[in-house]
Design a protein around this ligand. Structure first.
Ligand SMILES: NC(=O)c1ccc[n+]([C@@H]2O[C@H](COP(=O)([O-])OP(=O)(O)OC[C@H]3O[C@@H](n4cnc5c(N)ncnc54)[C@H](OP(=O)(O)O)[C@@H]3O)[C@@H](O)[C@H]2O)c1
Length: 259
């Protein structure tokens, strides 16, 4: 059996960059996302830079049996998971009352259900390898987010779950929550964020976020927040009274029509 680092959402954005970091650190990789062609592109690039070509598995993680399909794939390839990077995630801008119900539930299926399922499913192998879990949360985890309510709440779950797990597994497995602020990736377009004020905020390049996140993960940090402004957001979010926090976040996540 070969031990691998498994990265979800590795076909673009932060996940793609995390794959390059992990390959550079000498890990054997399994890359998961829906787009087989984009996963192939990333795997080819890793091979071209002199590392082992990652295994790729095109999968919609919101399918109810996605975790089992992934486990079956790994078993068939004689691979065990020593490190899990739960990066795949998405959200939608808009009011809960006006967004499509299925799409909103799909955010929970990906950001919460799939992340939790993969963590529980592969934990015995990760424990056995004394490996690690890197969950990608967000600075959204530190306060509620009107007009992106489910996304913000899902990232609060990711942060809370990851911190608790890091305590349960302390001394045995590295468990890290990576909490980026805005990062220009495919995320903004999929979130329909175009007109939202938050899309005007300066972002950190995905390669930089991944590099800082990977370094923190290697060092066994519990929470990694890249950049001073993001650290400040994370510090203030839980401390400032809720009323102004809701007003500011709601202002940023909305565009004129919603306010
Ligand atoms: N960008 C930001 O401003 C920002 C800030 C803070 C946190 N984050 C978090 O960072 C993580 C990565 O986001 P990103 O910015 O890199 O976004 P991205 O460029 O949209 O990448 C998302 C990745 O997830 C995959 N994915 C999406 N839905 C999937 C599904 N149903 N099943 C399997 N894979 C799926 C996508 O690939 P396919 O489309 O091929 O499936 C892609 O590889 C997310 O958890 C996001 O919440 C992003």
């Amino acid at each position: 059996m070969t031990a691998v680092n498994l990265i979800t959402g590795a076909s673009g954005g932060i996940g793609e960059e995390l794959a390059y970091c992990a390959a550079k650190a000498g890990r054997n990789l399994v890359l998961v996302a829906r787009s087989a062609s984009e996963l192939s592109r990333v795997a080819d690039r890793i091979k071209a830079s002199g590392h082992a070509r990652p295994e790729i598995f095109a999968l919609d993680l919101t399918e109810p049996n996605a975790g089992q399909k992934l486990a079956d794939f790994l078993k068939q390839k004689s691979l065990t998971v020593s490190e899990l990077v739960n990066n795949a995630g998405w959200g939608l801008v808009g009011a809960v009352a006006s967004l499509d119900r299925d799409q909103q539930m799909n955010t929970i299926d990906l950001n919460i259900r799939a992340l939790t399922d993969l963590t529980i499913r592969f934990l015995p192998e990760i424990l056995n390898a004394r490996g690690g879990i890197l969950n990608v949360a967000s600075t959204a985890a530190f306060q509620p987010g009107p007009f992106m309510a489910i996304y913000y709440a899902s990232k609060s779950f990711v942060l809370s779950f990851t911190e608790a797990l890091s305590y349960e597994l302390r001394g045995r497995v590295r468990v890290t929550a990576l909490c980026p602020g805005p990062v220009p990736t495919g995320f903004q377009k999929r979130a329909n964020m175009g007109k939202a004020r938050i899309s005007q905020l300066p972002g950190m390049p995905p390669a930089k976020v991944a590099e800082i996140g990977w370094r923190g993960f290697e060092r066994g940090k519990r929470v990694v927040i890249p950049g001073f402004m993001n650290k400040l957001t994370a510090f203030l979010g839980p401390r400032v009274p809720r009323k102004p926090v809701l007003a500011v976040t709601g202002y940023l996540t909305s565009h004129r029509r919603d306010t």
